[in-house]
Design a protein around this ligand. Structure first.
Ligand code: BES
Ligand code: MN
Ligand code: ZN
Length: 489
């Protein structure tokens, strides 16, 4: 596991700064003049900071952006990064500033002078998230990231404010690792083992095996996995930090460890990306990890359906009719519309067993959501305006793009089957919405529910503010905050 970099908090100290090897980063507010320690460091550097701050390049920087002074005279550091950050920076600006430092972090480490900056914990969070790298398969990888020391006005307060954020960062990095792992490593069994390991941090974890799923009648989920050598599994993770006996909130994730499309096989170009088709399950796992690490005062259950969608002599065929745990029959028109089949059974099981107070599922469900929203926003589908508003607020606060999409019975026409209760595809028009309508049939009307289609945001084609190119862990922070807002207020 690539854990996020550890962050140490200390008081501002000129001697330590001027002797620190590796990189320095100075958080400088554009308003007013630098603090006493920064000014003393500037004098030690023969006024290089002052000169830089009088230049045009500094003027043009937006909050959270930076410029580098390489091999400065007078101090030990190899570079000094000047980061523009107003004292009244927003949370997003503070994280962005941290990310600029995290992006530049190498083996030699960094010492950050954050004196005068109240949002120092958010700076540290941005730093930790952006410094992440998934490089375990690179023989030429360096010796890992060096130490991170942040000098703050009130190091104890900063450390305390950062503790729950560090838990969240670890959840995000856990999700990113899972999403990044290739499918020959992250099999259904390996995934389940990694989740079982979280018993160590206090989660209750159960793995339901194929024979259990058969007994439960999960014909929809089992049909998807029947062409794979890897056994299908459902993993249940429970965090019971809230009131005893209070119904849990449920998180459900699509965990297709690889999606070839099955017999309705996908084109070769780009198929390697389908190692990320367990992204929903990855986010659920990351949130559970964060909640356990920060000992959240809430009851939350996370359930993931782990399957592999392969073509094979035993694979499901187009035209097959399967029976879901709910009892509804489904005609499988296209074996590549497999995520909804997996979720149908896990959603139903979650409600039957846990009677949750609300439920959110996450899935890399449709290519159509990328056509609609690109890589900036996840698609949000809900049967409950209140829960939906609370989620959108949490996502906004965490800077995770989310956009509500419409639902409605009119779309059900598209998933009517000639032979069964429904079919698993609704054609090209409104492809993401018909998928949501399909899921809704497995959600009880009285359960407030959100479906998040994260196909576009789980693994975008470019780096984002807080993540290098690759897996983002989108949703971990929003859901962690939603749990806080709803149950820990
Ligand atoms: N896993 C895919 C959706 C996907 C596409 C995720 C691109 C990430 C990036 C899903 O299982 C799928 O294949 N959906 C089909 C549904 C169609 C057959 C109705 C799709 O979107 O084409
Ligand atoms: Mn598919
Ligand atoms: Zn899929």
């Amino acid at each position: 596991m690539s854990a996020p970099v550890a962050v140490q908090f200390h008081e501002a100290d000129f001697d330590a700064l001027s002797k620190a090897e590796g990189r320095l980063a100075l958080l400088l507010a554009p308003e007013g003049r630098p603090g006493a320690v920064a000014r003393r460091l500037d004098r030690q550097m023969r006024g290089a900071v002052t000169r830089a701050m009088e230049g045009k390049a500094w003027d043009k920087l937006k909050p959270g952006q930076s410029l580098d002074l390489a091999y400065p005279a007078g101090i030990a550091a190899e570079a000094v990064q000047l980061v523009k950050l107003p004292k009244k920076a927003s949370v997003q600006e503070a994280r962005k500033a941290g990310a600029a430092i995290g992006k530049a972090l190498g083996e030699s480490g960094v010492t950050v002078l954050a004196a005068g900056q109240p949002k120092v914990a958010d700076v540290a969070l941005g730093l930790a998230l952006r410094a992440y790298a998934f490089d375990r398969y690179r023989s030429d990888r360096d010796g890992g990231k060096g130490a991170v020391t942040v000098m703050a006005d009130k190091p104890d307060a900063a450390r305390e404010a950062f503790a729950p954020m560090a838990a969240m960062a670890e959840g995000v990095c856990f999700t990113r690792d899972l999403v990044s792992e290739p499918a020959n490593v992250l099999t259904t069994t390996d995934f389940a083992n990694r989740l079982s390991d979280m018993k160590k941090i206090g989660l209750q974890v159960e793995v339901l095996e194929e024979k259990d799923l058969e007994k439960l009648g999960m014909g929809a989920l089992l049909g998807v996995g029947q062409g794979s050598e890897s056994p299908s599994k459902v993993v249940v993770m429970q965090w019971s930090g809230g009131k005893k006996g209070e119904a849990p909130f449920a998180l459900v994730g699509k965990g297709v460890v690889f999606d070839t499309g099955g017999i309705s096989i996908k084109p070769a170009a780009g198929m390697e990306e389908m190692t990320m088709d367990m992204g929903g399950a990855g986010v659920v796992s990351g949130v559970m990890r964060a909640l356990a690490l920060r000992k959240a005062k809430a009851n939350v259950v996370g359930l993931v359906g782990l399957v592999e969608n392969m073509p094979d002599g035993k694979a499901q065929r187009p035209g097959d009719i399967v029976k879901s745990m709910k009892g509804d029959t489904i005609e499988v028109i296209n074996t590549d519309a497999e995520g909804r089949l997996v979720l149908a059974d896990v959603l139903w099981y979650a409600q039957e067993r846990f009677k949750p107070s609300g439920m959110i599922n996450l899935a890399t469900l449709t290519g159509a959501i990328i056509i609609g929203l690109g890589h900036e926003n996840a698609g949000v589908f809900s049967n409950d305006d209140k829960l939906c508003a609370a989620f959108l607020k949490a996502a906004e606060a965490e800077g995770e793009g989310a956009w509500r999409m419409p639902m409605g019975p009119a779309y059900d026409e598209q998933i009517k089957s000639r032979l069964a209760d429904m079919k698993n595809t609704g054609g090209r028009p409104a492809g993401s919405i018909t998928a949501a309508q399909f899921l809704k049939r497995f959600v009880k009307d009285e359960v407030p529910w959100i479906h998040l289609d994260i196909a576009g945001v789980a693994l975008p084609p470019k780096e984002t503010t807080l993540a290098p190119k690759g897996a983002t862990g989108w949703g971990v922070m929003a859901l962690d905050r939603l749990v806080r807002d709803m149950f820990e207020g």
